[in-house]
Ligand binder design. Structure first.
Ligand SMILES: C[S@@+](CC[C@H](N)C(=O)[O-])C[C@H]1O[C@@H](n2cnc3c(N)ncnc32)[C@H](O)[C@@H]1O
Length: 435
């Protein structure tokens, strides 16, 4: 496969990602299924190019705007090749020849564009800070309010691809044993700093090298997400509702810590995600989880089970600002499509309904993968004001060892400070007797 054919394949994929409303990783899966013949090296090179262009989306667009050129996937790729990896405009021009399997030959406009990029670099002093840091308009104000003087450092941290975090299925093996297995597979891995069952791999590698993922002995899960599941503090024998279970990332972690005892109701409004959750539950060898499809947060299932759960986790739909380093296209999607206000209102409705499930003396854990005050601290303040039967349990009380990470009341993880995705979690307890 020639370098020019690789560029054409990358361009096809970038065009698909641009047109398809689904998240980039879903579009990538479809693309790879249709091109099963690709070798691993070839696939890696195509995906690296897509990743680079997505991670530099605002800067590439800024250059195209500044030079009066249309912002298209092909133009973005040309600019990236010209100034993104410092190989210069001639390198970009060399492969756009129109030969068989290569991208179409350069137009006069593209030649002029490449000429004007001579000697430039991807970050220009004239760029606004939000462009240099790839922060979309809608999020700039809320993120500046959240981070103050740390704004640039935190935004730079989310520009870098994250390490690969895994959670060991302790029903099957131990972290120590899994580290030995990975060493025998030639995979350099280390124990995570805070999550007791976590393993971190810093080197970029193909997941096909990680055979224990196929057997359910471990799962991919960011260390921050593992810590949120830990804060639920579900005990063997408890009744737990995971209200926004999705494909079950936290459900699996909770149910495993419950030693396969008790009951976890994994609820969601998405049948597709719950199906995936059920498959992962089976693979992990868990018998204490049942999936529950909800028509909405006020489904009758909730009313019928009022006050019957020891623990209720609300891992709410959110802006996903904490996961930008993992999904570089996410910053240009979620809140742009749904609106921050809409998300905050949905979270409040979900919280109000899910809170009904909590037993007297039981706990409600609210979590997001958002960095924004609106979805986190302010959401909690509004809930606590409206529902006086609930009070905050400080993080140090639930998980000694994590208290140094953030303000005493809530867990608040950030990529620059904690090396995890951005996560927020609040533990609230319902009064044992009616107030
Ligand atoms: C942050 S994701 C959950 C991720 C999951 N807990 C994990 O750890 O992998 C939020 C989930 O909320 C679900 N959701 C959206 N609206 C909902 C609603 N009204 N009631 C319950 N779940 C909802 C979405 O389908 C999505 O799966």
């Amino acid at each position: 496969m020639t370098p020019a054919a690789r560029l054409q394949a990358a361009l096809d994929l970038m065009t698909d990602v641009d047109r398809d409303p689904r998240p980039a990783d879903a579009v990538v899966s479809t693309f790879l299924r249709a091109r099963r013949g690709m070798t691993e090296g070839y696939r890696g090179a195509v995906l690296d190019l897509l990743d680079a262009v997505l991670r530099h989306r605002a800067r590439l667009g800024w250059w195209l705007g500044a030079l009066g050129h249309d912002d298209t996937p092909r133009a973005r790729l040309l600019v990236w090749l010209a100034i993104g990896d410092n190989r210069g405009p001639d390198h970009a021009a060399r492969h756009f020849t129109g030969a068989k399997d290569a991208p179409a030959g350069l137009t006069a406009g593209e030649r002029a564009l490449l000429k004007r990029l001579q000697g430039k670099s991807i970050a220009d002093p004239a760029m606004p800070e939000e462009v240099r840091l790839e922060v979309p308009d809608w999020a700039a104000g809320p993120l500046r309010r959240r981070f103050g003087t740390e704004f640039a450092a935190e935004m730079e941290a989310v520009l870098t691809p994250p390490p690969l975090d895994l959670r060991v299925n302790t029903l099957r093996t131990s972290r120590k044993e899994m580290l030995r297995t990975l060493a025998s597979l030639g995979v350099p891995a280390e124990a995570t700093r805070l999550a007791p069952d976590g393993i971190r791999i810093r080197e970029r590698l193909s997941l096909t090298r990680l055979s224990p993922l196929k057997t359910g002995e471990m799962e991919i899960q960011d260390e921050g997400s593992q810590l949120v599941a830990l804060l639920v503090d579900a005990q063997p024998g408890d009744r737990v509702a995971d209200f926004c279970a999705g494909a079950g990332g936290k459900t699996l972690a909770l149910a495993t810590r419950m030693a396969n005892k008790g009951h976890v109701a994994a609820c969601d409004v998405s049948a597709g995600r719950l199906k995936r959750c059920a498959e992962r539950v089976r693979k992990a060898g868990l018998h204490n989880v049942q999936t529950q499809m909800l028509t909405s947060e006020t489904d009758r299932w909730v009313k019928r089970r009022k006050g019957t759960f020891d623990r209720v986790l609300v891992d709410a739909p959110c802006s996903g600002t904490g996961t930008w380093r993992r999904n570089p296209d996410a910053r240009w999607r979620a809140a742009r499509e749904e609106g921050l206000e809409h998300l905050v209102a949905l979270q409040a409705r979900i919280l109000a309904s899910a809170a009904r499930l909590v037993k007297p003396g039981g706990r409600l854990v609210y979590a997001t993968c958002s960095l924004l005050i609106e979805e986190n601290e302010a959401q909690m303040a509004a809930f606590l004001a409206a529902y006086p039967a609930f009070h905050v349990v400080p993080i140090a009380k639930v998980a000694p060892g994590l208290e140094g990470l953030s303000a005493a009341e809530y867990l608040s993880l950030t990529p620059a400070r904690d090396g995890t995705d951005g996560f927020f979690a609040a533990v609230l307890q319902r009064a044992a007797t009616p107030l």
